[in-house]
Design a protein around this ligand. Structure first.
Ligand code: CDV
Length: 305
């Protein structure tokens, strides 16, 4: 029996700084219901899906920063999303800012989760590659303070067994790093879900602004092909608080081919019927890791340089 997973990539348009979470959840449920009508089993939303991309602002007051964080998941605001998904028997994945206390110490992560069709959170991932900077840099058109507001995840990329497959997570900047996909692939991931918030303008290298969309698909497609896995890339898109975010949400087959792509910069659902067994087309051929890979020749890949 082929293992088919019908997946929906639920791109979100801009979220205003003061847009109530409940309104965002309503938008997410609208996409979820479309996904149910199209036979999906899993719906994937972007990075930090519940709020605006708040690291673009320097906020000296931790209490204000914390207004963008969730201290429980699900919580009163997201409960309707979890309940509707459970009613429909759909799985979910979305990103949010997580504030958690472990052994009396507060941690803040850029987090993504997978929720199975019965409403259980079965996987939680803390973003490993945090881009940006720590201090306020006034010369920038907007800030990128992920390094200040979050601590990096310390658990390696790994899949969870759910939806009859090995499903993994990565977040935004992770998608540009070949290590993300290779570590996932070596651990058996068959589909990786990647939400993102990517501005068109990159302040440190504005000469690359016209390449943002190209680099997005280049990374997602190369990651899929070179590791023989499905890749679901989901944007928060459009002009958010004056900052243009790229769209181009897409579902990429293990061959590197885009099989579905968003055509707007707003709330939009795209879907694809993904045969998870197609990973073998690549993994038992050109990228048969056991047969052809030469890890002894790449000692620096896991070394600190
Ligand atoms: N949210 C992100 O991680 N954004 C980054 C920055 C560098 C634009 C990205 O890689 O898209």
């Amino acid at each position: 029996m082929p293992r088919h997973l019908v997946v929906g990539a639920a791109q979100l348009g801009p979220i205003a700084r003061h847009e109530p979470r409940a309104e965002v959840v309503t938008r997410m449920i609208w996409l979820l219901e479309q996904a149910a009508g199209r036979g999906c089993s899993l719906v994937v939303y972007p990075e930090l899906a519940l709020t605006t991309f708040f690291p673009r602002w320097f906020m000296p007051d931790q209490a204000e920063i914390d207004t963008f964080f969730e201290t429980a998941m699900p919580n009163a605001t997201t409960a309707p999303l979890f309940e509707r998904a459970k009613e429909l028997g759909l799985g979910l994945s979305f990103g949010y800012a997580e504030k958690t206390v472990v052994d009396g110490k507060v941690h803040r992560y850029n987090t993504s989760i997978i929720v199975d069709g019965s409403g259980e959170i079965v996987h939680r991932y803390h973003k490993i590659h945090l881009p940006g900077h720590h201090e306020h840099e006034a010369w920038r058109a907007f800030q990128h303070l992920e390094k200040r507001y979050f601590e990096p995840g310390e658990a390696p990329f790994a899949p969870v067994e759910v939806f009859d497959g090995q499903i993994g997570l990565a977040i935004c900047n992770d998608r540009r790093w070949p290590e993300t996909y290779r570590e996932h692939a070596l651990r058996g991931t068959e589909m990786v879900l990647i939400g993102y918030n990517t501005p068109v303008h990159y302040p440190p290298a504005p000469e690359h602004d016209h390449l943002q969309c190209f680099h997005n698909h280049l990374s997602l497609q190369a990651g899929a092909y070179q590791n023989g896995m499905w890749v679901v890339g989901v944007a928060k898109a459009g002009k958010e608080e004056g900052c243009d975010l790229i769209g181009q949400s897409c579902i990429v087959a293990p061959t590197g081919e885009i099989v579905a792509q968003a055509s707007t910069l707003g709330d939009e659902l795209i879907t694809a019927d993904c045969d998870l067994d197609r990973c073998a087309e690549i993994r038992t051929n050109i990228f048969d890791f056991k047969k052809h890979r030469r890890p002894e020749m790449y000692p620096l890949l896991s070394a600190k340089v």
